[in-house]
Design a protein. Structure first.
Length: 366
C-alpha cells in the first residue's frame, strides 16, 4: 500500500507513481522496533513504455550522473494527470517529478505537511516528454493555478513561493513568483544554468515577518540549513547508496522486482545497471571531495544537523517543523529501506528527530 500520509496517493489518483511497496522482514533493523518500510520506489525515477534494456541503463546513468541525487530508473508506463480538483479559490497543484529525486521529495514533504492536495506526473528522465511544454528541463516543476495557471521551477523557489502565498494575503501567486527572477549563469564547463539568488527568502511584509520569525536569528538559521540541504546533504545520497557493488546490486534488485521487467531485460538492468551506477558513484565521490568511506561524510553531516536542532527543541523550527526541517527530511527519506539509511539510523543521532518528522507529516495528512 502507498504511504499513509501521501494525500495524492490516498486519493487513488497516482497510477504514475505506483511503484512503492511495503516490505515485511523477519529481522528488523536495530534502530527500529516496528515493521520497516520498504525503499522509496527506486523504479519510478525514469519511466517509459517499451524502452529497451540499453535505453533503461542509459536512463539510470543519465539521471545519476548529474550528481543531483538518487535518480534510479526502471520501465514504468506513465500517465499524465490533470490538476487536482479543489474547492473554488484554492490552489490547484500538479507536481512533475522523479519520485526518488531528493529535490522532488523536498517539495512533496512541504506540500504534505501543509495539507495541500496535489497531482503527480512522473517524468521520464531521458525523453522527458511529460515536460515538453516547458523550456525549463529539470524537475521538480510545479504547475499552480490560483485563478490563472502558473509554472514554478526549482524546489526551493517552489517552497518559498507557496509558503509566502499561504502566509500573505496581499499578493497574488503570480506576483509572488515574480520576486524570484531566474538569473542565467555559466558553469565552469561552459553550460548555461539558471540560478535564483533569493530563493530561500519568504517575501513577507514587516508584520508577517515578525509573526513567522519572532527574532532575526530564526530566519537566518532556517535559510542557512535550507541552503545546506541543497548544497551539501543532497550530494551525499548517491555515493552512499551505490557505495559498494553489493549495495548497488541490492538497489537494482529492488528495481527489477518492483519494475515488472521481462526475464532477460530484468537481468540486464540488474547486473549491468548496478555496475554502471557503482562507477558513477565513484565519480560523484571525487567531484564532491568525499572521503574514501563516504559513510563518514554522511554520518558527519547528519550529526551536524542533529546538533543544530539541539536537545531542547523537537525540530529546528521549535515545536513544529520549519522549512529547513522539511528540506532535510525530504532529502534523507529517499534512502529509506536501503543499507545506507539503516546505517545512518544506527550510527548517528538522527532517529528521534526523523521519527518525529514522520509522525507530524502523517498527522498533517489525516
Amino acid at each position: 500500500p502507498p504511504r499513509p500520509f501521501s494525500r495524492p496517493l490516498r486519493a487513488g489518483k497516482m497510477a504514475a507513481a505506483a511503484g512503492r511497496a511495503w516490505r515485511v522482514t523477519a529481522l528488523l533493523p536495530p534502530w527500529r522496533l516496528r515493521a520497516p518500510r520498504s525503499p522509496y520506489s527506486l523504479a519510478a525515477g525514469a519511466g517509459g513504455g517499451g524502452g529497451s534494456g540499453g535505453r533503461l541503463l542509459l536512463g539510470a546513468a543519465f539521471a545519476l550522473g548529474g550528481g543531483t541525487g538518487l535518480y534510479l530508473a526502471a520501465r514504468h508506463r506513465l500517465r499524465e494527470h490533470s490538476a487536482a480538483e479543489l474547492p473554488a479559490g484554492s490552489l490547484q497543484l500538479t507536481l512533475y517529478q522523479y519520485k526518488t529525486c531528493p529535490f522532488c521529495s523536498k517539495v512533496r514533504a512541504f506540500l504534505d505537511y501543509h495539507g495541500l492536495p496535489y497531482e503527480i506526473v512522473e517524468v521520464n528522465p531521458i525523453m522527458r516528454r511529460e515536460i515538453k511544454f516547458s523550456s525549463y528541463r529539470k524537475v521538480p516543476i510545479l504547475l499552480a493555478n490560483a485563478g490563472s495557471p502558473l509554472q514554478l521551477n526549482d524546489s526551493s523557489v517552489i517552497i518559498s513561493a507557496i509558503k509566502t502565498y499561504l502566509i500573505s494575503k496581499r499578493n497574488s501567486l503570480e506576483e509572488i513568483v515574480s520576486f524570484y527572477p531566474p538569473m542565467k549563469t555559466v558553469t565552469e564547463q561552459g553550460k548555461e544554468v539558471f540560478e535564483y539568488g533569493n530563493k530561500y527568502w519568504l517575501m513577507l511584509d514587516e508584520k508577517e515577518t515578525k509573526r513567522v520569525y519572532p527574532v532575526k536569528e530564526v530566519r537566518v538559521e532556517e535559510m542557512k540549513w535550507r541552503k545546506w540541504a541543497d548544497d551539501w546533504l543532497v550530494h551525499l545520497i548517491s555515493p552512499n547508496v551505490y557505495r559498494t557493488p553489493r549495495e548497488a546490486l541490492a538497489s537494482f534488485d529492488y528495481i527489477v522486482r518492483e519494475g515488472k521487467f521481462g526475464t532477460m531485460e530484468g537481468l540486464f538492468a540488474k547486473y549491468l545497471g548496478a555496475v554502471a551506477m557503482f562507477f558513477v558513484s565513484k565519480r560523484l565521490k571525487k567531484r564532491h571531495n568525499l572521503r574514501d568511506n563516504v559513510r563518514e561524510d554522511l554520518y558527519e553531516a547528519v550529526n551536524e544537523w542533529v546538533k543544530a536542532v539541539g536537545k531542547h527543541r523537537l525540530f529546528l523550527g521549535g515545536n513544529q517543523p520549519n522549512l529547513a526541517d522539511l528540506a532535510v527530511y525530504g532529502v534523507l527519506r529517499v534512502m529509506e529501506g536501503l543499507e545506507a539509511f539503516d546505517d545512518m539510523m544506527v550510527h548517528t543521532e538522527i532517529q528521534p528527530w526523523y521519527q518525529r518528522m514522520e509522525d507530524v507529516i502523517r498527522k498533517a495528512a489525516v
